[in-house]
Design a protein around this ligand. Structure first.
Ligand SMILES: NC(=O)c1ccc[n+]([C@@H]2O[C@H](COP(=O)([O-])OP(=O)(O)OC[C@H]3O[C@@H](n4cnc5c(N)ncnc54)[C@H](OP(=O)(O)O)[C@@H]3O)[C@@H](O)[C@H]2O)c1
Length: 209
């Protein structure tokens, strides 16, 4: 495999949404969920998000081991004033797949596809990429069959509704090219918060017919 291992982490509402249609920022789950989010970052050589999530959650993408901080965009319209570019941490790598992108001091710019970017990260020595959304970015990772681990916080205490509210595979639309199968590796209900932590690993072995 010429790409790093890829994990994703999402909080899901009772109706499987990752945010309301108004692109509600994070903060709707418990402090325990936030602690788990930080814990999951500890294994990562690189953190990865879409530009939408970077913007709505005002992320600075920090962890003690200073993983690379990677943000993906089609347009390349990164805001040089964003706190990410003014907060110490791991090296910032920006991917612009289509548009032109102006230089941002201190950030390393990549061009090409998401698949090529993963290969470039691998060549930089990145063994584990941890993606924190959003759904649009993860949709393409799933199309590439490049999601090896899924970490979820099932937060059934919220319902968002909304035809256009995104799920972890983006705004509901076309089916994936094929269903992806995962096996459970963690089941940790937290009755005190009304949430449950779940982890899954991609099952890749061929099944006998
Ligand atoms: N519940 C959770 O755990 C969770 C996790 C993450 C995010 N969220 C929420 O989800 C919402 C953000 O969702 P979003 O739909 O905006 O998702 P997103 O995937 O973070 O951002 C979408 C933007 O990212 C870029 N992008 C996405 N996929 C790409 C690809 N394959 N190639 C190149 N660029 C790509 C594009 O940027 P350009 O526009 O620059 O081209 C696109 O407009 C926020 O409300 C956030 O709080 C929730």
């Amino acid at each position: 495999m010429d790409r790093p291992l890829v994990s994703i982490n999402f909080a899901l509402s009772a109706d499987g949404k990752i945010s309301s249609v108004q692109k509600r920022p994070s903060g709707w789950t418990s402090n325990d969920d936030n602690a788990r989010l930080l814990e999951l970052r500890k294994e990562a050589d690189a953190l990865l998000v879409g530009r939408g999530t970077l913007e709505s959650d005002r992320m600075t993408m920090k962890a003690l081991q200073n993983p690379l901080r990677c943000v993906v965009s089609r347009s390349g319209e990164f805001d040089p004033q964003h706190p990410l570019f003014h907060t110490p941490g791991g090296a910032v790598h920006l991917l612009a797949t289509e548009g032109t992108c102006r230089e941002i001091p201190g950030a390393i710019l990549h061009r090409g596809s998401l698949a090529e970017f993963l290969t470039e990260l691998s060549a930089l020595g990145v063994g584990r990429v941890h993606c924190e959304g959003g759904g649009e970015l993860v949709r393409e990772l799933l199309e590439l069959d490049a999601v090896d681990e899924i970490h979820l916080t099932w937060a059934g205490h919220k319902l968002f509704g909304g035809r256009e509210a995104p799920t972890l595979s983006g705004v509901p639309g076309d089916f994936l090219p094929a269903s992806r199968e995962y096996e459970l590796t963690e089941f940790d209900p937290r009755p005190e918060t009304g949430e449950c932590f779940l982890s899954y690993r991609r099952k890749r072995e061929a099944r006998a017919q």
